[in-house]
Design a protein. Structure first.
Lengths: 106, 117
């Protein structure tokens, strides 16, 4: 079955660039999304169709897709960006999520 | 403003049933694909089921297939999830989610389902 693999955790200093990867077989042939989830809150869509930002999402969030890996990049990371991040793609009419990455800003 | 509000969660014994509902407002509900996604305590997101705008195309995850039925009432702007033969591993927060162009763009606050004796 199709699986998406993310690193369990990523750490970044305030103001620096955070990169979170998500890999899967032939992921480059699919469109990926990214969701941010803060403790006690529902997930929020931050990137869709690999690179697009929904309205209201800060410009510091960007996405890319190359080969078997999609990447969420946060330039100038802020303390408020500390959260869990999940990638998501479609496979045969089913939705698949990555296991999630805890981003720590320290 | 798009709003999705789930209800129907609670404590149920193993083998029992629950029916979750999601009241939608602020958008043309009948035009959108809808999903249920769940999250066990302290764990990641897991997709459960999807229903297209008119209810004619439905997909389930393997983990719930045969035990769960998704449905919608477009006249009442409501999404449902009937869950039967519940197991401890079904314990989770269940989210109602709107689909926009293959992304899950709006999520409800979720309703907690606890399966325990």
């Amino acid at each position: 079955s199709f699986e998406l693999t993310q690193p369990p955790s990523v750490s970044v200093s305030p103001g620096q660039t955070a990169s979170i990867t998500c890999s899967g077989d032939k992921l480059g042939d699919k469109h990926a999304c990214w969701y941010q989830q803060k403790p006690g809150q529902s997930p929020v869509l931050v990137i869709y169709q690999d690179t697009k930002r929904p309205s209201g999402i800060p410009e510091r969030f960007s996405g890319s897709n190359s080969g078997n890996t999609v990447t969420l990049t946060i330039i100038g990371t802020q303390a408020m960006d500390e959260a869990d991040y999940y990638c998501q793609a479609w496979d045969s009419a089913t939705v698949v999520f990555g296991g999630g990455t805890k981003l720590t800003v320290l | 403003e798009v709003q999705l509000v789930e209800s129907g969660g609670g404590l149920v014994q193993p083998g029992g049933s629950l029916r979750l509902s999601c009241a939608a407002s602020g958008f043309a509900f009948s035009s959108y694909v809808m999903h249920w996604v769940r999250q066990a305590p302290g764990k990641g997101l897991v997709w459960v089921s999807r229903i297209n705008h008119d209810g004619r195309t439905i997909t389930y995850s393997d983990s719930v297939k045969g035990r769960v039925t998704i449905s919608r009432d477009n006249a009442k702007n409501t999404l449902h999830l009937q869950m039967n033969s519940l197991r401890a591993e079904d314990t989770a927060v269940y989210y109602c989610v709107r689909d926009l162009d293959w992304s899950l763009d709006h999520w409800g606050p979720g309703t907690l389902v606890s399966v325990s004796s």
